[in-house]
Design a protein around this ligand. Structure first.
Ligand code: GLU
Length: 509
């Protein structure tokens, strides 16, 4: 049977980065096994529906390149792939399960159940309590029919038989056993005719011929109910295999990575920005933080999975080749943002300068900087070994785009000697004539010049760097000069010379 897997998010808000990892593992598993990767939107819980969340999911998957083979907006012959468009299907199956004797109508008004909950701590609707409640297992058939004919509000519940062991062979966790006596009679179809997650999820996995359910660990307990549904429908032969993925843990301390950790540690925990009620409540995305999608994918792939060996950089094709569910860890994976940035740095280094220029373009434009691509390509070449995130190109390399107005005066005090003044004047008058105005020729010129003037390179180079950038941090000094060009180099040297003298004058004064 050919492999068919699905990513089945609920559009209840921004898709958490853990959701992207779930999608990724489904995608890798599908590709590895020549299977089909499906996107199904589980939007039957109207109370939790958030406008824009579905579009966000699709945009996130597109950004990281996990393009579904079937799904909403992606075609396929098992649709519709949006659960809110399949209500009639779920209704039909819920009634079928009642006919098969594995589900029943329950007429208890919400207030009656609330009263039960008040009266009995930990009240659950189950094989013990159902005998005393208002449902079709207790009422005579004629009464049930009467109530149904009268349109009395009712739900359909799963009839869990006590005393059964439910064995699940999880592909990651191994054998897991649940006792049916501990399970409640889950609502399958609500009074408004909408299915619950359990019913819709199982019916769709069956109808869409899903072969492996790969999802977050938080769904493991629900799987016991799902297995009972497969049994009740008589679908055990084609029941999918299950694989429950480990949690993504906080960077420090205990527990699951949460939205709040993003704000607390100033790091993204979502793939894309998600607007908040106020600008401060906005959640930052990996994309807007300046990650390349390939780097985000590589980082996420290794968050809970590793094929063994010490390779860390994997292209998507290499991930597909190496992927197997057996190599997913059982334990939670700690979210290490520094590691994420390390991956991004490596991918930036591997990306061609011209491609990086395209990424720098909007960042430069937003600051009102020069945006011609030949220039940005050279900026990329100069800075790519020292940045971690795309905005670093303009944030750390600002002096390549704007005149120097701030100098590191502390270093100037240490390095500048008024006796250098005539030599620097000479340099500033002549440097623009160096031809070609490129790093090797500039370096040769300046080294020769220093020798002539009886100066050490260590006297002159830091000052040259301060003159061009204002700071000691930055790319190789002759590369910088070459990029700035003769006129700007000359202008910056002149400005710096005035500033150096002032700094020294202030000390003297
Ligand atoms: N709709 C569920 C979610 O939001 C899907 C769980 C599953 O994959 O079965 O995660």
């Amino acid at each position: 049977m050919s492999v068919r897997v699905r990513f089945a998010p609920s559009p209840t808000g921004a898709l958490h980065i853990g959701g992207v990892r779930t999608a990724l593992y489904n995608y890798l598993f599908a590709r590895k096994n020549d299977g089909v990767f499906i996107l199904r939107i589980e939007d039957t819980d109207q109370n939790r529906f958030v406008p824009g969340a579905e579009a966000y999911i699709v945009e996130s998957l597109k950004w990281v390149g996990l393009i579904p083979d079937e799904g909403i907006d992606f075609g396929g012959s098992y649709g519709p792939y949006r659960q809110s468009e399949r209500k009639a299907v779920y209704r039909r199956y819920a009634h079928e399960l009642v006919e098969r004797g594995h589900a029943y109508y329950a007429f208890d008004p919400p207030e009656a159940l609330e009263a039960q909950r008040q009266a009995e701590e930990n009240f659950t609707y189950n094989y013990r309590t159902r005998t005393g409640l208002d449902n079709s297992l207790v009422l005579p058939d004629s009464r049930v029919q009467e109530l149904l004919d009268a349109g009395t509000p009712c739900v359909i519940r799963l009839k869990v038989e006590p005393g059964q062991d439910i064995h699940i062979h999880d592909l990651i966790r191994g054998d897991v056993v649940f006792q049916s006596s501990e399970l409640d009679d889950k609502v399958l179809l609500k009074a408004d005719g909408m299915p619950t997650y359990h019913l819709a999820n199982v019916v769709d996995d069956h109808l869409m011929e899903i072969t492996q359910v790969i999802r977050g660990e938080e769904w493991l307990p629900s799987t016991a109910h799902h297995v009972l549904l497969y049994r009740g429908f008589g679908w055990t032969e084609t029941m999918p295999q299950f694989a429950h993925l480990p949690l993504i843990l906080k960077p420090v301390g205990n527990g699951k990575l949460s939205k709040r950790d993003g704000a607390k540690f100033g790091m993204p925990v979502f793939p894309l920005d998600w607007p908040g009620e106020t600008p401060e409540a906005r959640s930052m995305g990996f994309r807007e933080a300046g990650f390349l999608p390939e780097a985000a994918i590589n980082f996420l792939a290794l968050l809970g999975w590793h094929p063994g060996g010490d390779q860390e950089i994997f292209t998507i094709d290499e991930l597909v080749q190496a992927f197997s569910l057996e190599h997913i860890n059982k334990g939670g994976a700690r979210f290490d943002y520094e590691k994420a940035k390390w991956f991004n740095q490596r991918y930036i280094q591997m990306t061609p300068d011209g491609v990086l220029a395209g990424h720098i373009h909007p960042l430069a434009a937003a600051r009102g900087y020069r945006t011609d691509l030949p220039f940005l390509t050279r900026v990329a070449a100069l800075m790519k070994d020292r940045v971690h995130l795309l905005p670093d190109f303009v944030e750390q390399g600002y002096f390549l785009f704007e005149p120097v107005t701030q100098y590191d005066d502390e270093t100037i005090r240490k390095k500048w000697n008024p006796a250098f003044h005539p030599a620097f004047e000479n340099l500033l008058e002549n440097i623009a004539q160096v031809a070609p105005f490129e790093a090797p020729a500039l370096e040769e010129y300046v080294r020769h010049f220093a020798q002539e003037q009886g100066l050490k390179p260590g006297d002159i180079l830091p000052l040259l760097r301060l003159a061009l950038a204002g700071t000691m941090k930055g790319p190789a000094v002759f590369d910088m000069a070459a990029l700035l060009g003769p006129a700007e180099t000359n202008r910056r040297l002149a400005g710096a010379l005035r500033h150096f003298s002032q700094v020294i004058a202030t000390i003297a004064g």
